[in-house]
Design a protein around this ligand. Sequence first.
Ligand code: UDP
Length: 339
Amino acid sequence: MTQTILLTGGAGYIGSHTYVALIKSGYNVVIYDNFSNARADVPARLELITGAPVTVWRGDLLDGHSLNAVFAAHKIDAVIHFAAKKAVGESVRLPIDYFQTNITGLLALLEAMNTAGVHNLVYSSSATVYAETETLPIDEDAPLGFASPYAFTKLAGEQIMAQVAASNPAWAFGILRYFNPAGAHESGLIGEDPNGIPNNLLPYIAKVATGDLPALNIFGNDYPTPDGTGMRDYIHVEDLAQGHVLSLAALLAGKGGHLLNLGTGIGFSVMDMLQTYSRACGRDLPYVIAPRRDGDLAAYWADPARAQAVLGFTATRGLEDICTSSWNWVKRRGNMGTS
Ligand code: UDP
């Protein structure tokens, strides 16, 4: 029988790509989203991509009545939990909001799941849970730490789940630590769409490419890296989505929980990204060298070996796919593909 997955935050950036990957793998999916950071037309776009109606439950994690109602209305087999706040800088200004949404929201979800007898959960974590290190690549046993309220909420979430798992063997958690998600769906119909001036590198470059911003500020070119700019592990969002499908399948197959990095294992610099994007959009994108950004590390990337061993997961898309898919998305944004 087809299994039904509840996707909290399923209208957001990573959630929407995971929705498509789940439908392609034959699951039923119910999206639970309050649309606080998602466009209202995402469900219509998902229908265009998948060719099937989308089930959306508009609700907030902190609304226990709504959460219990969605479990009562659908026979849910497992949950993938994306609904959370994710801007590091904002979390420093608004820590209480982050604790409410990311920690209280997780607790509300766990409670509703327990009440409904649903005990499989895939959780969005982040490489920000690792302490600052110069030992690369970063594997799952690397020391932990947090440099922002956002990172604290992700680490707290992991630790809450570890203790809940220890309380009852029925629970199984797939904890996925993302490195730097980037890129867009190959259809060009969904992608990252931050409000205002983006904080992250790829959406910022995308706005330079569309002419909405004049030039990229490169935050430091005197790091101890080959070209002096910061290096990160950029993972294509469609690869990341596939990682969630594999994590979910392992939980549903009764293989127990896991805690894994999702990355490529390769670091690329800010300059690599800018040059690759310039090729994708067909013109040299302007940049200026700016001071280092507070809190930034020179370089880090994942050790992806454990995700390969446990789930058979390997990222298959590279920097060029990331940049071409992003450009394909931003240049046609607002266009539903009918013209
Ligand atoms: N970066 C940059 N200019 C920008 C945004 C980011 O030079 O406008 C650099 C940043 O210093 C880091 C890399 O790009 O080396 C990735 O930054 P991002 O904010 O995307 O991710 P994170 O800092 O979380 O790894």
